[in-house]
Design a protein around this ligand. Structure first.
Ligand code: PLP
Length: 378
């Protein structure tokens, strides 16, 4: 079915392929061709396609009950909130569930406004937080913002890891300081531990909240459940989405129990938020993220980074969120890898992003590296 469909709005430049099946790290197209999946639906399918535990949990819930709305309690949602609160650590957090990363970010923006009574936001140049009007307003990429102005007022952008600029920007009109611990779409660029600690201190001194957007980095992607665990700075707010339900739609705003209280009944809502099937799958994902799997993320990530560096590329990343600067348009390299049946994504003009499933084996990492080598040599 590789035709230009005129029934889909052209918001994406899609590759000329239609996928019909997935299994672990592999995808199969409608001609029966197999592709090694180091894109995982843009860092989403963390346990791999058709992971038995996630499939079983979703099936069981599908057969029982799908949807009742947030006017009532449901078992999978409450279970998930408890598991996430435990992962957050002592004294834990409370969750608001929605359906996507952008929605989780919107919830964070509204939470901070209500809890602090301020609308000022400090965000980071080159960041990505989504395409809805609020999340776009704090996305530090003017080409994505410009066609949709006016956006939210009161947003100041500072360069990533510029502690002085950050401190200068966090005035007493700021209610929210927000950034990704590792910029995903913005070129796989890590926030320094110093920057994160300074952000927490500056936010708290000014009476603002620190939100780490872990939509892409969360749920084991960097080798710990939350990327912030490796930075040793616990945020007030955390957003999660992509990997949480292994590909079923879900988003979450987590609010630390130490943060000031914000939302009350009637302040915020989502009809589908906390969907039972998504939450059931997410519970299986959280349970699967044990020490052994997180160790695999560290080991395979180190192997991938070392292999790409050995090919002469400048490499950045953490765990299995890895970016390599290819010195030419990333889209060309992604397309050439695609021709050789390896799926990757671009993250910035010259950065190719590798985000395989967290379960990927050493053999498959070697296979992907061999394909990259072929493409670079061609
Ligand atoms: N925040 C981050 C860090 C992201 O990487 C993304 C998507 O790439 C989003 C928010 C938006 O998520 P969604 O596309 O699910 O709305």
């Amino acid at each position: 079915m590789n035709v230009a469909l005129d029934t889909i709005l052209p918001t994406y430049a899609r590759a000329p392929v239609t996928f019909v099946e997935g299994d672990g790290c592999w995808l199969v197209d409608d001609n029966g061709e197999r592709y090694l999946d180091f894109a995982t639906g843009i860092a989403v399918v963390g346990l791999g396609h058709r992971h038995p535990d996630a499939v079983a949990a979703a099936h069981e819930q599908l057969d029982r009950l799908w949807h009742v709305s947030n006017l009532y309690w449901t078992v999978p949602m409450v279970e998930l909130s408890r598991k996430l609160s435990e992962r957050f650590g002592d004294p834990g957090c409370q969750a608001f569930f929605c359906n996507s990363g952008s929605e989780a970010v919107e919830a964070a923006i509204k939470y901070a406004r209500k809890a602090t009574g301020r609308h000022g936001i400090v965000a980071v140049d080159g960041s990505f937080h989504g395409r809805t009007m609020g999340s776009l307003s704090i996305t530090g990429q003017p080409p994505k913002q410009d066609p949709f102005r006016p956006l939210l007022p009161g947003v100041t952008f500072v360069p990533l890891n510029d502690v002085d600029a950050l401190r200068a920007a966090v005035s007493d009109e700021v209610g929210l300081v927000v950034f990704e611990p590792l910029l995903g779409e913005g070129g796989v660029r890590p926030a320094s531990a110093e920057f994160v600690a300074a952000a927490r201190d500056a936010a708290h001194e000014a009476g603002a909240l620190l939100c780490l957007d872990e939509v892409q980095t969360g749920v084991g992607r960097t080798g710990s459940f939350f990327a912030w665990e490796q930075l040793e700075v616990a945020p007030d707010l955390v957003t999660l989405a992509k990997g949480l339900a292994n590909g079923l739609p879900i988003g979450a705003l987590l609010v630390s129990n130490a943060a000031p209280r914000g939302l009350e009944p009637g302040d915020h809502a989502s009809t589908f938020g906390g969907n039972l099937v998504s939450c059931a799958a997410a519970n299986a994902v959280v349970d699967a993220l044990d020490e052994e799997l997180l160790a695999n993320v560290h080991e395979r990530g180190a192997q991938l980074q070392a292999g790409l560096a050995a090919l002469g590329l400048s490499v950045r990343g953490q765990g299995l969120l890895v970016g390599a600067d290819v010195g030419r348009p990333a889209g060309e390299v992604v397309a050439a890898l695609f021709e050789r049946r390896l799926l990757t994504t671009s993250a910035g003009p010259e950065t190719v992003r590798f985000s395989p499933s967290l379960t990927v084996s050493a053999e498959l990492v070697e296979q992907a590296l061999a394909t990259v080598q072929e493409v670079l040599a061609a």
